[in-house]
Design a protein around this ligand. Sequence first.
Ligand code: GLC
Length: 434
Amino acid sequence: MTHARTTRRVLAAVASVGAVLITAACSSSSTPTGSAAAGGGVNWDERGPITYAQGKDTAGVWAGVLKEWNDAHPNEQVTLIELSPEADQQRADMIKRGQAKSGEFSVMSVDVVWTAEFAANGWLQELPKDKFPTDGMLASAVDAASYFGKLYAYPQSSDGALLYYRSDLLDKAGLKPPTTWDEMQAACDKVLPTQKGMSCYSGQFQKYEGLTCNVAEAVNSAGGEFITADGKPAVNSAEAVAGLTWMVDGFKSGMIPKEAITWKEEESRQAFQDGKILFLRNWPYVYNLASKTDGSSKVAGKFGVSPIPGKTGPGVSTLGGHNIGISAFAKNKGTAGDFIKWIASEAQQKTFLQKGSLAPILESMYADADLNKEFGYLSTLGESIKNAQARPKAVRYGDVTSAIQDATYAALQGQQTPTDAFNGLQTKLEDLLK
Ligand code: GLC
């Protein structure tokens, strides 16, 4: 990507976030409510048992991490509450607790796109910056944990898309990992005739948050933008439509297997691990699981990762990740505060990387020579995150993402042309983001 293009993207992201925040500021229901949420009257010395709620522990890291904490804090035990593996369902479960003013989830793993909504509704405890310093953390992760310049959660792990490819098969065919969609197709045309039952590519195409991430990547990787530099949706541009068309044509031609319309992260990971697809777009957590030599993965030692491909060069990832926030209604906020700081510490960030190949939130870890030696994919992951495009920061993010999913899914299922789908989406987003 050229420097100018990078700068344009950063400006666009900043401007779009600003525009959405201005919208939020004008709406009476959008400023954080409640003295606890606003930071008043919190007893940061109150300690005792707490709970920690997050999506299903697909990376398989939390039992060990919590054992370490619990062994060291017998009077401040943390109990894990595992929610659905699917982002939208996790959000719904957390919103239910927030609306009921329930502290049942003392600490929550908040997807980067939920911060604005949770903070605006007063469900997250504001974190005073003197107690919760963010020096050395990735700026994009801190931004995703902030709302109106205040911190409402601590960065926990970042996320950027990677292209997983079968290095054994590409090597045999004398091919390098593709940097463009055409190169990926050409690689499939060469390799697949020798591989019975294997399909070319998959990402996540079920109707849920993962689809929003994938379609945003297709649009951004075709030179389009969901939101322009002046904060307006631009999904009816020729470039944006070209991004969606690539996905739609992928299903039509069979480049993407039909079943992938029901795949989320886990189903697509399974397909790759079972040797059913040559290329997979997914998050870094897959690396560790696909490398397992206990028989659960058929591709251990036979795959590599590269940046996701785009229309004319490397593509643009959607920025993912999670922040760890304290419920405004939680008891024992002192323990909760210590716990989230411990999770963000270098020691735990290394554990998450080593045991679950999760993306660290500490900038220095991406430049660490030893870590780069141990984890060959770390620099590719760092680049993916550095160039990633954030999703809109909107209080009504639930409506924004539903509109994106509806339009995209209708096009993927052939119910609407990409042009019609994105023209309709443009109108909806103009309304939601005005
Ligand atoms: C990953 C990302 C998160 C995203 C989700 C979509 O968990 O970290 O940001 O919303 O995938 O499925």
